[in-house]
Write a protein that binds this ligand. Sequence first.
Ligand code: SAM
Length: 293
Amino acid sequence: VDMQIDIVSVFPEYFDVLNLSLFGKAQSKGLVSVHAHNLRDWTHDVHHSVDDTPVGGGAGMVMKPEVWAECLDDLLGLEPQDMSANDDADSTAAPAETDGAAQETAASDALQDAQSGNDLRTPVHTPDSVLIFPNPSAPLFTQRDATELSHAKRLVFGCGRYEGYDARIPAYYRAQGVDVREYSIGDYVLNGGEVAVSVMLEAITRLLPGFMGNPESIVEESYTGSEALLEHRQYTRPAVWRGMGVPDVLLSGDHGKVDRFRRDEALARTDAIRPDLIEQLDCARLSKADRKT
Ligand code: SAM
């Protein structure tokens, strides 16, 4: 198997759908193997409780570190460690800030890489095993992250619920030398991490060699390549439908003209819809014709 994926959730049945469609095929082809684990299997009390009230007060419940750690130690093959001997482990510190900074550095390295024109399909850093927690208050998950993670051998996802998980969980595993990532999939709040994990998993695994029927279809896509532009619009037959024609140039058979038209459209649409992506472009690398657009 090229990539082993473990998902920890209080609703592991949610991931039964992964047996369907392209993902199901990828599993039977041996490209990926996925195991969804029930976090409650690592509880010892009769109620199988995984949450407790927030320290400092406030609404809702927070996922307990002990249960998560028993589960993650098992999956990652780690022995429990007492962090009180570790100078860096100040239980009163806000670990999220330093952790966020470490992740930001990796992201900015990747960005520099993009700006220097390196193909984002071959990241400088190839992760081996990565522990990922979806979290709405974390850096945004992008195609760049999907590309990097598609090179990992093992991904372990931890789905949060309620008000989220105790912040010491990612901090502890990072201190154990685990490559830990926290990602938001967008500026909105979901009930749990399951949907977010499904989104990330699909974005990552469709990049695995052999996953897509036609490998060409992932080469020219939005957010992809060193420029990460939005794609041009797509049309199929008939050439005229309900009185609406496709752009004439697409019927011209002139590949040079078609390429130019699509490139102009990609640049113009990105500029109009996602000016932030245009700002990240290295304009010196644009051709004269590009700059006209
Ligand atoms: N109290 C948290 C906050 O305000 O940031 C929200 C917790 S949310 C209700 C519960 C869980 O859903 C989170 O721990 C996370 O795993 C997942 N989640 C919710 N929204 C998400 C998003 N936009 N991206 C990634 N994960 C999300």
